[in-house]
Design a protein around this ligand. Sequence first.
Ligand SMILES: Cc1cc2nc3c(=O)[nH]c(=O)nc-3n(C[C@H](O)[C@H](O)[C@H](O)COP(=O)(O)OP(=O)(O)OC[C@H]3O[C@@H](n4cnc5c(N)ncnc54)[C@H](O)[C@@H]3O)c2cc1C
Length: 307
Amino acid sequence: MTDSVAVIGAGPGGLITARWLSAQGFEVTIFESGTELGGQWTGAPGRSGVWPDMHANTSRILTAFSDLSHDGTATFPSNRDVHHYLRRYAEMFDLVPRYGAEVLRLSRGWIVETSNGSEQFDRVVVASGRFQSPVIPAVPGLDTFAGEVGSTFAFRDPDRYRGKRVLVAGCAVSALEIATANARMHGLENRIRLLESDLLGAVEGERFDAIVSNPPYIPESDRSSLHAQVREYEPASALFAGVDGLAIYERLIPQAYAALKRDGLLAMEIGSGQREAIAALLGGWEDVRFVDDLQGIPRVALAKRAD
Ligand SMILES: Cc1cc2nc3c(=O)[nH]c(=O)nc-3n(C[C@H](O)[C@H](O)[C@H](O)COP(=O)(O)OP(=O)(O)OC[C@H]3O[C@@H](n4cnc5c(N)ncnc54)[C@H](O)[C@@H]3O)c2cc1C
């Protein structure tokens, strides 16, 4: 007798599971609570964190199953491309989910309950996804912040932020995409370029009039003495720079020298007590100057490319 399988969810995980179980002779039923297949890639408000301009950060080769290629040529497909791909995939393998069929309860045996009643299956695969709701970390003070706090999960339309000062927290591709959408809305897309880059790696060969940086500069050895709000809630990669805190400057300063035009300016925030070490790293630069912060601690290093 053929084993019956309930697959819960018609996102990429549920679809690929259903396709291969069917190929192995299982009798598969796909339960999908939404009204279309594709999971996150539907962009459906309230159940997907994907926004209209979002592109995959995995290439089209990686964002594909082994038995069907994308029909487009974009290296990083848009969310619509991926959704279109998943619909083609389902069509090709005759995968027809039951829509509006939210699984409310699952009990051993295996009994699958939806609002339409209960059904028994030999096996169950839960492919209900991990990103159905936003996660906002507990940042001290956030609960008393008077402005609006949101998650990219709910981001759909940059117009909603018109005329407002917006801080996008996060240093990965999603934050860059949203900052880009906001720049476009303000008509600044020709003046601002947002790139994900290890220091100046993404602009190799280009020349600039000025380079401004606020890099991580805290020595690893200071970790335990940091205020808990910083130590516990800021990403370590945004704070620490090797045993002496100079690791990023040691890489950035020569890269900046190569990337600046003649007389080009380098401006960097520096850590407390780093003035002498930074001055040594800036040997060979011109007009090296330090600007104090309000506590009288040298906080900004300025230097010009000499030739
Ligand atoms: C902003 C964002 C960007 C991403 N970018 C990429 C990327 O570039 N590349 C990449 O590979 N991945 C990316 N992902 C990860 C993405 O989640 C996966 O690509 C993929 O969608 C996971 O597939 P899944 O089937 O496991 O889950 P989902 O896509 O979440 O699908 C789960 C499905 O289960 C259904 N469901 C849930 N509960 C029930 C229930 N009780 N009953 C019935 N149905 C139910 C949901 O409605 C949904 O359709 C991104 C995710 C987000 C949020």
